[in-house]
Ligand binder design. Sequence first.
Ligand code: DGP
Length: 115
Amino acid sequence: MNEDCIFCKIASGQFGTEFLYESDEIVAFRDIHPRAPIHFLVIPKKHIPKVSDIQPDDEVLIGKMVAVANIVAKLENISETGYRLIFNCGHDSGQDVFHIHLHVLGGRKLNWPPG
Ligand code: DGP
């Protein structure tokens, strides 16, 4: 846990954020600034600042994050209509929170390519 990290605080339950999913390693919760009718984030409880910081030991955890995205997408009824998974990594991607998070967006037709 990084004491200065807002997502570490959310994952530890400090803010009372409603979780759409929780395990001992991962939580999912709604994005505070939704960009689509369904927009939630999947994060590991482990503090990893950026995707480029992922180590070989983390690879199973990253796979589990995708599995959780699928589980919650089903709960949110977007499995059949479709959804997009996004990891922003670093300045040029627009990453604001430096604790890796998987954006899951759906509930409308999404534009491609993204901006
Ligand atoms: P990114 O630009 O990829 O770092 O996206 C960070 C996302 O996190 C952004 O869409 C807004 C969301 N976010 C930031 N702070 C909070 C928070 O305190 N609660 C929730 N639910 N979402 C947050």
